[in-house]
Design a protein around this ligand. Structure first.
Ligand code: MTE
Length: 312
């Protein structure tokens, strides 16, 4: 992450003279040159969000906008990854109120548009690894969850953070199917307090310079890059601070296969498939999966006394 502050970015210039500035190359103030290249190639508008760019120090190869937005897991719509995009097209995420409650001094209900104004946004180019074996690199835009945590002031008794996706049968066709739904809704996830406070943990509101596409979890989702993708819950409705470890959706569905922690770990296979390798979207060959998805340095201290074969 670089050190640009909001003062370094002049919103009027960006909004009024965007085209001219892009021509002059000044758009690199907010959009890295690698991103610009892809945006130009895919004829994407550069819009919406003002953010501090990630300098991409590890030179990660970013997947295309098309790849990231055309292959999705969002069971509330369908289990067919290629169809999510179309089915989610008309999801209305205007006036989305996020509720933060539970064991906190300052519970709040806030419109996501206000939240976006409240916190400085930054780009985070992260590796993302699904438990199914596919992976990608995505340029998310958001803010560290720990900023929000600080503002709501958790009580000492708050040990975990629970996240719940919106329940709205008119919005999400699979929720309407009742006992025939693919999973039990609302989709729920959780993090331990130290995991939630880790600087890598992001509340994402954007992708590729603009607001999140519906299929990627608009208007606000979690991104926890060292954990399997199912922890990165989409379209969040409520964040609750709790004392007990929350039961997350996939653990509730099948606790032999999915746990609470879900840390990316090539040494612990899924009961039905190996986790040693992964296929990056758009690549033919598989690559080796890294412990904690390559974020070992940033997160291993949180698990030093834990048997990672037991706490899956
Ligand atoms: N969040 C909700 N509400 N519903 C889901 O089905 N799927 C999870 C996660 N978050 C899911 C969800 C899984 S399994 C993955 S791999 C990621 O979202 C996929 O995120 P992406 O579609 O943006 O790549």
């Amino acid at each position: 992450m670089n050190n640009l502050t909001n003062k370094d970015i002049t919103p009027e210039i960006l909004f009024n003279n965007r085209r001219k500035f892009i021509k002059l190359g000044v758009a690199s103030i907010v959009v890295s040159s690698a991103l610009l290249e892809v945006l130009a190639k895919e004829k994407l508008p550069i819009q919406d969000l003002i953010f501090n760019k990630d300098t991409n120090p590890n030179d990660l190869k970013i997947n295309s906008f098309k790849e990231i937005t055309s292959h999705n897991n969002f069971y509330e719509f369908t289990t067919n990854k290629e169809r999510v995009k179309d089915l989610a097209k008309n999801m209305n995420t205007d006036s989305w109120i996020l509720t933060i409650n539970g064991l906190v001094e300052n519970p709040i209900k806030i419109d996501v548009r206000e939240l976006i104004k409240k916190y400085n946004l930054e780009e985070r180019i992260y590796r993302f690894r699904c438990v199914e074996g596919w992976a990608m690199v995505a340029p998310w835009i958001g803010f560290e969850l720990n900023k929000l945590i600080k503002d709501v002031k958790p009580l000492k008794s708050a040990k975990y953070v629970k996240f719940v996706t919106k329940y709205d049968e008119d919005m999400f066709p699979d929720q309407k199917r009742g006992i025939f739904s693919s999973v039990t809704y609302p989709y729920t996830e959780g993090l331990r307090m130290d995991e939630a406070n880790n600087p890598l943990t992001l509340l994402a509101v954007g992708l590729y310079g603009k607001k999140l596409e519906n299929q990627n979890g608009a208007p606000i989702r979690l991104v926890v890059p060292w954990k399997y993708g199912f922890k990165s819950i989409k379209s969040i409705d409520t964040i609750t601070f709790v004392e007990e470890e929350p039961l997350n959706t996939w653990q509730a569905e099948n606790s032999n296969e999915y746990g609470f922690y879900a840390n990316v770990n090539p040494k612990v296979d899924h009961p039905r498939w190996s986790q040693k390798k992964e296929r990056v979207l758009g690549s033919f060959f598989k690559q080796r999966t890294k412990l904690f998805n390559g974020y070992e340095k940033e997160v291993e201290h949180m698990y030093k006394d834990m048997d990672l074969k037991k706490y899956i």
